[in-house]
Write a protein that binds this ligand. Structure first.
Ligand SMILES: Cc1cc2nc3c(=O)[nH]c(=O)nc-3n(C[C@H](O)[C@H](O)[C@H](O)COP(=O)(O)OP(=O)(O)OC[C@H]3O[C@@H](n4cnc5c(N)ncnc54)[C@H](O)[C@@H]3O)c2cc1C
Length: 479
């Protein structure tokens, strides 16, 4: 009697998904001639499912039917094809640092990319890595050769695939663009299970749809990332201002003259109900000739007595966030809900919009260790089509990095609602969101968000994920 191996596989995986036994990891096997991996292991271990049902936001919780820890890219391709046939959804999960359930799924399988995280090889201008690798692992490999990715996120324990799905912004973005602007080539498993390589010259439509494409068209499995020479040391200047106006004025000066290699800034709670206004500028240098502080800070009107200047190795500097993480883990606030709001304001009205919003915020809105990121950035280096920005030469990231002291559910719900109201206000003022915030978005909202690039994403979705299998957590496409 002829045996339909594919049907057997389907039956096996269905049984795997239907298994209710707790703590059991079920496996389904198929012959490689099916074009599917010889062994796909779907886990229903309650601990594994619980991890996949949570993220750094700790606001949304959705329990997947199963989790796949792929042993190979072929496993991912096999899962995509199988899930498509069954009408099930799939979402890749990197390090789970989303804040609003974007890598979660109820009616399907979470793809845990931690098992696809090999660092392959480093050349003088590039590194090839699997997409589940963290940026800290990437950096460890490159620094051994005196090299670095030109743009690093403030926190390095994010996965390459996770930040390429949204953009990847850092303090050098004004000069080098987003992390998505510094990708040379990607290997992708499409929503319909094809394994494709894409770049500016090969399958460019997929390349453009995957970078900052919210995981809608494919799972990135491998990335070739651009590298530059790493500086040996950095001199970091924290300058303080009495108000938003003076901070903004100096931020605009240093952005225009390019004296810093890295530029950020923030409005910080002072713990007594008021705000502190901070400019953060960094100079990279090699050897022992540290930059002259007087020259670096000339023409600026900060409160010089309050300035904090530090001199660090490049590695120490880019790992600075790890100290805050350690502190927040020890005081428990790392595990509280994090209803963040991340946006870009137009350069032409940023100060007014930020000032109006700040008037309605208290220290409690961000928590003692939270901050409101606020600094100007040139947009000319940003070329990723799906990364949305106000159409001006200077924009201001404006982010409510909320780290509440408690996990009061009612207060968190209020913050999520406030995020949405602030988002609407920011849009009305010509701003856009950086799509990692915690508030609900409808499919129509996403259409507005992507604006003139909506068609690019929509057509790529039809071409590469025609059954709508991938990444439902953003709610970008209606079923
Ligand atoms: C403490 C902290 C600091 C941060 N700092 C910065 C910063 O400085 N700059 C910045 O830009 N962002 C920053 N972020 C936001 C962060 O970049 C995004 O939330 C990012 O998506 C998280 O990466 P992750 O690996 O945790 O992804 P996950 O949360 O696991 O996934 C995020 C999204 O990407 C999709 N995805 C994951 N892997 C893949 C893949 N291989 N292929 C396709 N899609 C995939 C998921 O399905 C999901 O939709 C920060 C977040 C936190 C919590």
């Amino acid at each position: 009697m002829a045996i339909d191996k594919r049907a057997l596989l389907r039956a096996g995986l269905t049984a795997a998904l239907a298994t209710q036994a707790k703590g059991v990891t079920t496996a389904a096997k198929a012959d490689a001639s099916d074009g599917l991996s010889a062994s796909i292991e779907l886990s229903r271990d309650p601990d594994v499912l619980a991890v996949a049902a949570d993220d750094f936001g700790h606001i949304i919780h959705k329990q997947a039917r199963a989790v796949l820890k792929p042993a190979s890219v072929a496993d991912i391709a096999g899962l995509m094809r199988w899930a498509g046939w069954r009408g099930l959804k799939v979402a890749a999960r990197g390090q789970g640092h989303s804040t609003y359930g974007r890598a979660m799924i109820e009616d399907g399988v979470v793809l845990d990319m931690n098992t696809i995280s090999t660092i392959h090889h480093v050349q003088s201008d590039r590194i090839v890595v699997d997409a589940g690798a963290t940026w800290s692992a990437v950096l460890n490999a490159t620094l051994a050769h005196g090299l670095t990715p030109p743009v690093l996120t403030n926190y390095l324990e994010l996965s390459v695939g996770g930040t390429l799905a949204v953009g990847g912004i850092g303090g050098t973005t004004f000069r080098h663009g987003m992390q998505t602007d510094n990708v040379l080539e990607l290997d992708v498993v499409t929503g319909d299970g094809r394994e494709l390589t894409c770049s500016a010259n090969s399958n460019p439509d997929l390349f453009d749809a995957v970078r900052a494409g919210l995981g809608q068209c494919g799972v990135v499995t491998r990335a070739t990332l651009r590298l530059v020479q790493a500086p040996e040391r950095v001199r970091r200047y924290h300058l303080f201002y009495p108000d938003l106006r003076t901070l903004t004025a100096d931020q605009r000066i240093v952005l225009a003259d390019g004296r810093f290699d890295y530029l950020q800034g923030a409005v910080l709670p002072d713990g007594a109900g008021a705000w502190r206004y901070q400019l953060e500028g960094v100079v990279f240098y090699d050897g022992y000739a540290a930059p002259n502080d007087r020259t670096m800070l000339s023409g600026l009107s900060d409160d010089r007595g309050a300035a904090a200047i530090s001199d660090l190795t490049y590695r120490e500097d880019v790992n600075a966030f790890a100290q805050l993480e350690k502190l927040l883990r020890s005081n428990g606030q790392w595990f509280n809900p994090h209803p963040w709001l991340l946006t870009f304001l137009r350069g032409s009205n940023a100060e007014q919009v930020a000032s109006d919003i700040l008037d309605g915020l208290t220290n409690e809105d961000v928590g003692p260790f939270g901050r409101i990121t606020y600094y100007p950035m040139l947009t000319k280096a940003l070329r990723t089509p799906l990364l949305r920005l106000p159409n001006e030469s200077v924009v201001f990231p404006f982010n409510l990095v909320r780290i509440p002291e408690s996990n009061d559910v009612a207060k968190v719900a209020q913050m999520v609602a406030k995020n949405r109201a602030l988002y609407d206000r920011i849009c009305a003022a010509g701003g856009v969101q950086y799509p990692v915030g915690a508030f609900p978005m409808s499919s129509d909202d996403w259409k507005d968000h992507f604006g003139s690039t909506w068609l690019l994403l929509h057509e790529a979705k039809q071409r590469y994920d025609p059954l709508g299998t991938l990444t439902p957590g953003y709610n970008v496409h209606r079923d």
